[in-house]
Design a binder for this molecule. Structure first.
Ligand SMILES: [Zn+2]
Length: 290
């Protein structure tokens, strides 16, 4: 069975087989690789980068956009990560330790900088000893862009709250000054929103802001270029970009956690194999995914 698995793997189109080589050579490759049962695992594992916005504990502040998780679900998710020995890292950790083994690691990101990140999330992060990355809209005291679409008005964290979380080790990244869709901005506006936001975050935290999140996931080649030119080392999107972490550090795909995400689904999302169907993985590696 293992032979069959490996052979099918090597004739799949995404495997690089030297061009113009006869079938016999393919077969040689196949035999050489027979013992490497973990190869598929290595090729498909991708560091999970989770996307959250808010943590809530009452109905009145939920909203229709479903960009929240219930406090009790967040607690279950963090407890699961802890019990499985996961470490929640930040982009600062990655920058300081580029060769780090990414297995059993996760990056937990929260967009916008809502007050509940301080009041509800922060105590849980401290309880479980986890870090996170929060992307700040630096010149907004509430979610004006959401209110325009009928969402409840939700306050952002105060500067002191942001500073306290930053001092604890939460990474503060940029998310523009006023939460605009950058793909619809002029170049001048892009620079103000992206570079201006970076300066705001750095003034607030007294640390370099090295990562950025595109509001609404809105991006194009110019947006990415200006973000890189502003000095950000990493930028996260929503559901676009390569499925393999590290292939495009200016368009890092995230996995959203919503109020509909069950614990079972969460386990899949942090497994590192979320973008690859489980049956394929277990077929190729002969192991059952957890
Ligand atoms: Zn946002």
């Amino acid at each position: 069975m293992s032979c069959l698995r490996q052979y099918i793997y090597y004739i799949l189109p995404f495997q690089k087989i030297p061009p113009n080589k006869p079938y016999r050579i393919h077969f040689t490759y196949f035999w050489q690789k027979l013992s490497t049962d973990t190869i598929m695992e290595e090729k498909t594992y991708s560091l999970p980068v989770l996307l959250y916005h808010r943590v809530v504990n009452k109905d009145s502040v939920t909203g229709n956009h479903k960009i929240y998780v219930w406090e009790k679900d967040m607690e279950k998710q963090l407890a699961y990560l802890k019990s499985e020995g996961f470490e929640a890292i930040t982009f600062v950790d990655l920058k300081n330790n580029p060769g780090m083994d990414l297995k059993k690691k996760v990056i937990i990101t929260f967009d916008d900088g809502y007050e509940d990140n301080y009041t509800l999330l922060f105590p849980m992060l401290k309880k479980y000893g986890f870090k996170a990355v929060i992307y700040l809209v630096t010149q907004a005291d509430h979610n004006a862009w959401g209110v325009r679409e009928g969402e409840p008005r939700i306050n952002m964290m105060t500067d002191r709250q942001k500073q306290e979380m930053s001092n604890y080790g939460i990474e503060m990244g940029g998310h523009t000054q006023s939460h605009v869709d950058l793909s619809k901005c002029s170049e001048k506006e892009m620079i103000r929103e992206i570079a201006g936001c970076k300066a705001d975050v750095e003034r607030l935290t007294n640390k370099k802001a090295i990562s950025f999140a595109y509001p609404f996931g809105g991006l194009n080649a110019d947006v990415k270029r200006i973000t890189e030119e502003a000095g950000y080392l990493y930028a996260v999107s929503t559901n676009t970009g390569p499925k393999q972490f590290g292939e495009d550090r200016m368009q890092i795909r995230r996995i959203e956690v919503t109020p509909r995400t069950s614990l079972r689904s969460f386990k899949n999302k942090v497994s590192g194999y979320y973008f690859y169907p489980t049956f394929l993985k277990s077929f190729f590696t002969g192991k059952q995914t957890k």
